[in-house]
Design a protein around this ligand. Sequence first.
Ligand code: ATP
Length: 384
Amino acid sequence: MASLELDGVTKTFRDDGDRIVAVDDFSLDIADGEFLVLVGPSGCGKSTTLRIVAGLESATAGDVRLDGESIADRRPQDRDVAMVFQDYALYPHMTVRGNMRFGLEESTGMSDAEIDDRVEEAAALMDITELLERKPAELSGGQQQRVALGRAIVRDPAAFLMDEPLANLDAKLRAQMRTELQRLQEDLDATTMYVTHDQTEAMTMGDRIAILNDGKLQQVGTPLECYHEPANLFVAGFIGEPSMNFFELSLGDEGLTSEAFTYPLSEETRAAVAGADRVVLGVRPEDVDLVPERTDAHDYEVVVDVVEPMGDRQNVYLTFEPDADEPETFVAAVGGMASVRAGDRVVARLPEEAIHLFDASDGTVLRNRSLDAVEETELRTEPE
Ligand code: ATP
C-alpha cells in the first residue's frame, strides 16, 4: 500500500458561462494504511475530489501523489488505485468471475493460473465463492456490492477509492457492511479514501475524517476530535445526530443574552469570547440535562414541545416560548425510561463546561467544550 497526497487540488466547471468551483485548494495527506473518510453535504465536491484522484476527472490546479510520486498525468488504469462506485458498475454480460478477472487481464501480464488464484482468494475473502458463475442480474444489491469490492481487492492496488459504496443498501445491510469493510480494511492494511454524505459512516469507519463544505476543507481529525473540538459552526452542526443545538446571542455585561434567556459566563469563558459581538452558543443534545429544580445559573424553565422515543433514549424537544406560533426548540437526549411528556414544564440545564461558542460573524470556534469530563470517562472504560 502507499501514502496518498492531495496538494492544492482545485476543480472549476463552466456551466452556462458561470464558473463553479467544485473543489477549492484542497490539500490532504493520507498515511499508508489509513482509512480516510471524506464527508460533507450533497454537492460539496466529494465525488469530484475522488474522481480527480482516480484520474476520471482532471484537476484545474494542484497535484495528486502516491508515495510521493505525482500520478496527475497518468491514465486511470496506470494509477494503481481501485475505485468502488455507489452503483457497483459491474459488466452485466459477464459472470462474477469474468468481472473480477477483467481488470487483471487488461492491465497486467499475469498468467491465467495466477489470475484464477487471485480471483479465488478475493472471492473467499468477500464470501462470494458460490456466486462466481452468476451474472450481476442474478445477485441481490448486497451481493453485487461484495462483487464490486472483490473486483477492487483482486487488483491489490496501492489505494482504494470508494464513492458512497453502501448508499444503495438497506439500513441493516449497510450497518453490517460497515463493520465488514472496516475489518477488511484492517486485514488488508489498505490505504482508503472513502466518500460519504452520511456522518454516521464517517464517525464509525474513519481513522480520520475530512469534512468538506462548498468545495473547501473545513477540518481534518479523528472522529472524536471533530465531534468534541469542531473548528467551526459548520462542522459542529454537521457531525452528531441529533445535531448540536445553536442559540445566537449578544455579548453583554451579564453574559450572553437573547430575548428568551441570559447565559452568565465565568471569567475564563468570557475571556475566550472577548471582542466578539454576536456569539453562537452550541450545546449537544446529550449535554442538556433535565434536572428536578433550578439550582444553577445555567438552569432554565422550559416546556416540552415534542417527545421522540427512540427506545434506548428519547429526544425531547424543549422551548422557552411555548405560546409562540412557531416556537424555537432545542433538543435534549435523555434516557429511554425517563418519564417526560409533551406539555410538561421542566428545568433544562446547559452546563457551562459542555458548551461551545462560535463567532456569529464567520462561524469560527471561540471556545470548545471542556474535555476533562470526557477523558475521565474514557479512562474509566479502559481494560484493567
Ligand atoms: P453528492 O453527494 O450529491 O454526490 P458531491 O459532494 O459528490 O455531491 P460533486 O458531485 O463533487 O459533489 O459536485 C460538486 C459541485 O460541482 C456541484 O455543485 C456540482 O453541481 C458541480 N459539478 C460536478 N460535476 C460537474 C460537471 N461535469 N459540470 C458542471 N458542474 C459539475
